[in-house]
Design a protein around this ligand. Structure first.
Ligand code: 1GP
Length: 253
């Protein structure tokens, strides 16, 4: 079954999922396989690899290291059209629909299209929405776009609806890596109520409570990156929350 179908099926079954984002610049490559094993045995649902600015040479090595395990899909979360590696299972083809930078709405996609077509990667067309999160983030700076204000649910909803009408298949609401404030649950639930696409939420999820709030508001996938780099124990906390929410008696929206 294709990855996108699996994601949609999880959504239909109201199963909450956890994605771990590995940033090639931040991961300590010497201990990577051990770290990957920990994530696999904890029951992570998806690996995302990437970041809005990758300055080192670890991107390819990291994708290959992650692919040595076969249980969990590896998906590229690209910061630019330089971040393509056919060893991964898929790639979030991000259109930054919250911004008005044509390069990130369509420009880089045009350049990457022939490479992607031949890559064998499953393409996951994703409406990527940056949400204001307390301070400028690397992604807001690098993308040269203005995030959606955190209290403007109506803008987020209309943006998400437009993305869905344009045929995108996933929505990613992101506060940006290391966000001070995660995407407000009120905004997630407004998007959830008004669109039917699987919703990924990330940025600043640094506790089980924040993950739970995002899931309860309607996120299908919660992404953790920075929080886990700083506090590895966070993984168990968040996995426990996910498992509790996925028990039949506590099934949520
Ligand atoms: C960033 O959503 C991801 O694009 C993850 O954010 O690193 O803050 O967990 P964090």
């Amino acid at each position: 079954m294709k990855l996108l179908q699996k994601i949609e099926r999880k959504q239909e079954e109201k199963q909450k999922c956890l994605a771990v984002l590995l940033d090639p610049d931040k991961v300590e490559m010497t201990g990577i396989m051990k770290q990957v094993e920990t994530y696999v045995s904890a029951g992570v649902d998806l690996f995302l690899v990437g970041g809005s600015l990758i300055s080192g040479n670890n991107f390819y090595i990291l994708v290959e290291a992650l692919r040595r395990q076969k249980d969990i899909p590896v998906v590229i979360f690209p910061g630019s059209n330089l971040h393509i590696h056919s060893e991964a299972d898929g790639i979030l083809l991000l259109s930054l629909i919250s911004g008005r930078n044509p390069e990130l709405l369509i420009g880089q996609h045009v350049i990457a299209a022939p490479i992607l077509k031949n890559s064998g990667l499953e393409i996951l067309p994703t409406g990527y929405m940056l949400i204001e999160s307390g301070k400028p983030t690397t992604v807001s700076y690098i993308s040269n776009t203005q995030p959606i204000p955190a209290d403007k649910e109506d803008i987020a909803v209309c943006t998400a609806m437009a993305g869905e009408m344009l045929g995108l298949r996933l929505l990613y609401l992101d506060g940006g890596s290391g966000a001070i404030n995660p995407v407000p649950p009120k905004m997630i639930s407004a998007v959830r109520r008004n669109t039917s696409l699987p919703v990924i939420v990330g940025g600043g999820i640094t506790s089980g409570t924040k993950a739970e709030q995002a899931w309860l508001a309607g996120a299908d996938y919660v992404v953790i990156g920075n929080g886990l780099e700083k506090e590895p124990e966070l993984l168990d906390q968040i996995i426990k929350v996910r498992n509790r929410l996925n028990q039949p008696t506590t099934a949520v929206v």
